[in-house]
Write a protein that binds this ligand. Sequence first.
Ligand SMILES: Cc1cc2nc3c(=O)[nH]c(=O)nc-3n(C[C@H](O)[C@H](O)[C@H](O)COP(=O)(O)OP(=O)(O)OC[C@H]3O[C@@H](n4cnc5c(N)ncnc54)[C@H](O)[C@@H]3O)c2cc1C
Ligand code: FES
Length: 351
Amino acid sequence: MHPVQHRAVLLLPRGEDHRPFPRGHRPAGAKRQGSRVQGAEGPRGMKKGRIPPTPTRNSDSDFFSSDPRPLGPFYSRLRPANGQLMIQTLATVIRNEMIAPGYGRVALACGEGLSRARPGQFVMLGFTDAIDPLLRRPFSIHRLLAGEAEAHGIEVLYKVVGHATRRLSRVSTGEALSLLGPLGRGFQVPPGVKRLSCVAGGFGIAPFVFLAEWLQGRPSAPAVTEIFLGGRSQDDLLCTADFERLGIPVRLTTDDGSCGEQCRVTDPFAAALERERPDLVLACGPKAMLACVLGIVRAHRIPCQLSIEAMMACGMGACLGCAVEGRRDPSRFLHACVDGPVFDAEEIDLG
Ligand SMILES: Cc1cc2nc3c(=O)[nH]c(=O)nc-3n(C[C@H](O)[C@H](O)[C@H](O)COP(=O)(O)OP(=O)(O)OC[C@H]3O[C@@H](n4cnc5c(N)ncnc54)[C@H](O)[C@@H]3O)c2cc1C
Ligand code: FES
């Protein structure tokens, strides 16, 4: 068998007859070109004897659709462990601006494929014009762009910490970035929740702008009651104007006292719990802050969800590099990219 034909056969669903035609029966009109057989439809419209087409890089391609027809059996099998729908696309930079020393915000046009994203989910962003950095990097979805004046897409808030984020800070309008998303499990606000408190450290504030805007667009959804935002100094306290616009009070803290109270962000949060108890707490930030929030909410027996950060190479459950020890079943590792990044506080231990 020709190697090309052999590879195509391996990609076909199990249990089906993978031979192009029963021996000695070739339908009228079917031609043989070399060892490739053409002119006959295979299962689900795929041409037998041919490698399924690779999706074009500059189009929205539903990689993990539950309906295998658009891309054939090959892509329908490439399903991340949480079975969610995601797209791979080239996103066009609409604008990219530095909003504080060391922090930027980039707006990306990427079609309507991201409109199903939920607060707390993330995207993997990469560069198309060089192989270094090779791997895409994970970023929370900061805002959905769906206004009439703006193209459909997303905004990402980033802190410049290394190679990829430095490059991201230099991309200009019209440039293309490789985007995979929406990925992971976002925040889940169950029915009945009326009071919602959020705790954020540094760029951990990124998903809460999306959350606040998303909840405001839903009349029956709860409003965010209060946001506790901490940073090393004033420059790390981002997006306060966004919450002001949405009418959400923000309690600010800094380590150096340059803005807000000089204390850890968990101090005013713990004090507020003594006065009024929220129905749900959501937190996103450095691990030490999350561990502290976890201790406080467990002591008060308040439901809580934590968005954690882990090193991610693939973002879709393939490399197993983002393993997190599960609390319910310590013998089973969870993976931040598909089981998270948002976890119920009862699901994980932060050490
Ligand atoms: C689910 C998720 C959502 C994220 N959302 C955002 C966001 O909204 N905005 C933002 O600025 N960043 C976010 N991050 C972190 C971001 O992915 C890293 O800062 C980025 O990958 C760094 O790439 P780099 O090449 O610039 O840095 P590198 O050169 O790769 O690393 C520079 C430094 O950053 C550390 N670092 C790299 N990746 C991570 C990581 N994933 N977690 C913790 N430390 C890391 C390295 O240890 C090193 O010290 C998120 C990470 C995850 C997992
Ligand atoms: S990043 Fe590859 S499995 Fe999670």
